[in-house]
Write a protein that binds this ligand. Sequence first.
Ligand code: SAM
Length: 216
Amino acid sequence: MTEPKPRFIPALNQKWLTPLYDPTLRYIMGEDGFKKRLIEQTNPQPGERILDLGCGTGTLTIMLQRRQPAAEVVGLDGDPRVLDIAQKKADRVGVASIRWDTGLADELPYPDESFDKVITSMMLHHLTLPEKLEAFHEVHRVLKPGGSFHIADFGKPHDRLMRFVASYMSHLERTADNFKGRIPELMVETGFNQVEGTGHLRNFFGPLSFFRGLRN
Ligand SMILES: C[S@@+](CC[C@H](N)C(=O)[O-])C[C@H]1O[C@@H](n2cnc3c(N)ncnc32)[C@H](O)[C@@H]1O
């Protein structure tokens, strides 16, 4: 019997490339810089419950927990293989408090109003437009009133070089809305308030943007 097709795109698009994900992010994408920036924006506080949506191999999740050891941090991903890598990485660096959950962004396995903050890095461009909208609805549902959503992902290019890099990937259904700059618009459409772009930077694979939105 053949395995049913999973409803998520693996970290580097093909599951056999997953072991190369961490070196690619570290040495080619310079992940440390943009992940630190996203954590600064998230500003984790003691006692907060924070979800890392599409946490992959857990680098950002572990950085977040180390930045605020008194927060309750949860990493969720559709791919149990990356969660296995994340768990081992957390064990290696002695961060035992993170809970790792398998689940899909558009069907979050959590009750309403159960997180103070949701953070997500480089995951949204894996989703089709209907999946993005459903995922945003789900994030809105699981956030407590006053909670916030923090995003780093491909965004609209701001210069010629980034327009050139983005042009290669803009034809892909899942990334096109990112490069067209539609993420904030989709956040507003799904009920987030005070949605703002908080910055952008150049990256080897294309322009990265940061966003924030609040759940009233
Ligand atoms: C490019 S990786 C980013 C991982 C991590 N957030 C980071 O910044 O390094 C995208 C991750 O999203 C996960 N993913 C893709 N679609 C998903 C979905 N519908 N629900 C949950 N996770 C998903 C993939 O399994 C992968 O681990």
